[in-house]
Ligand binder design. Sequence first.
Ligand SMILES: C[S@@+](CC[C@H](N)C(=O)[O-])C[C@H]1O[C@@H](n2cnc3c(N)ncnc32)[C@H](O)[C@@H]1O
Length: 313
Amino acid sequence: MNFISIECEELFLDYMNPNNPFGQKKDKRIENWTSLLSKIPSLENAKSDLLSGVIIKGKCNGSDEEAIENLLSELLPWRKGPFKINNTFIDSEWRSNLKWDRFLELDLDLKDKTILDVGSGNGYYAFRMLGLEAAAILCLEPNLTHFSQFLAINHFIKTNKIRMLPERLEALEMKETHFDVVFSMGLLYHQRDPSKHLNSLSNRMKEGGQLVIETIVASNEYGDYLEPKGPYASMPNVHFVHTNKGFMDLAEKEGLKVISNSTEVQTTLNEQRQTKWMPFKSYESAVLETHQDITVENFPAPKRKFYVLEKFS
Ligand SMILES: C[S@@+](CC[C@H](N)C(=O)[O-])C[C@H]1O[C@@H](n2cnc3c(N)ncnc32)[C@H](O)[C@@H]1O
């Protein structure tokens, strides 16, 4: 059976060789990653709980247990998670479960749905989507560190219902395949042309399908959007942070209507922080030490919000 469609299946022709999961990609780290991935011990009778987290349990001996922790720690930095594999707890920079909890509040049914997750990171959310019994999830993620983390975690979970393509949305050669639900979380504010991004996402939606956007929203005082013209919360490449009104207008111009949304939640050091598994600069250096609702560039601290959209009929 094809993964989602013949067209989708064909995108993976380069990536099906287990000895060369990176296909034709060129990166000096690939040789090291391929060797590392081949050394990760397997778990006997592995079972995963993807509903309450990404938790994997299986039998292995003490030295394999140690090897799992050491090999996975070589795939630093772990930005999204957490993942638990027996006694190894990958305490990622983001507690992505908190974002997932906010998505769950929208009560969108993913059971038996085909899903496209654009900018999927290491697949943390895709595993949680599978926990909600989604039929199949295509992840797009151009960052090869995240891609190798996905391969490492799926070495234990072994699902064929999630596949990750290490490509950008713009490079996705797809014409006939449409998805029940399309996700774009944490991408909109990085776009130079946000309308084009919404249009590309909308082109991949089935008629009657849903688009889930998770983004940072600016306060109404900014009109349609905040344009930082430099870093925002220490993040480079932030072009437009839309206000709620600005986002609604943008969506409407692309023929999309908001059918539900979540409340805005300010990022805190509880949700994003430096850890042993992501030992570099994190949210601590994005906001003022004394005023955590102000960024180091003197903008309001990021508040994140989910929108669920459908096409106007
Ligand atoms: C801020 S992270 C968000 C990750 C995850 N979706 C989340 O919400 O936690 C944005 C991700 O999108 C990926 N990305 C950036 N541009 C992309 C594009 N044009 N197509 C697909 N993915 C992209 C990046 O590599 C990065 O992993």
